[in-house]
Design a protein around this ligand. Structure first.
Ligand code: FES
Length: 103
C-alpha cells in the first residue's frame, strides 16, 4: 500500500519523533515532525541525494511504501499523479507518521 501525502501549508511544528525505514538499510532512524525527512536522514548518516533542497529540482525524489508526509509549501515539485503514486520530496517533506521509504 502506498503512503498518503498531504499538503498542509503553515502546519504547526511539534517535537513528535517518528521512525523512518529506508528499504536499502537494515535499521530505521528517528525523524522529528518539525524537521524535513532529508535533514533527519543526513543527521542519521544516510547520504540521500539532494541538490536544491527547496522542492524544485527533484533530485531527492523517493517513494513512500507506507506512512504519511506533509509539506509546508503549497505545491512541491510533484504532479498530483506522482503524489497519488506515493512519490515525495524528502527535502521539503515532514514526517507525519512512521515511514517506509524506497530510495
Ligand atoms: S533536493 Fe531539489 S527537490 Fe529535493
Amino acid at each position: 500500500m502506498l503512503g498518503k501525502i498531504t499538503t498542509v501549508p503553515d502546519a504547526p511544528t511539534n517535537s513528535t519523533t517518528f521512525q523512518v525505514q529506508l528499504d536499502s538499510q537494515p535499521a530505521s532512524f528517528p525523524a522529528s515532525a518539525d524537521q524535513t525527512v532529508l535533514l533527519s536522514a543526513l543527521a542519521a548518516g544516510h547520504a540521500l541525494a539532494s541538490s536544491c533542497r527547496n522542492g524544485v529540482c527533484r533530485t531527492c525524489i523517493c517513494r513512500l511504501h507506507s506512512g504519511r508526509v506533509t509539506y509546508r509549501m503549497e505545491w512541491p515539485g510533484l504532479s498530483a499523479e506522482e503524489k497519488a503514486e506515493g512519490w515525495f520530496l524528502p527535502c521539503v517533506a515532514y514526517p507525519a507518521s512512521d515511514l517506509v521509504v524506497a530510495k
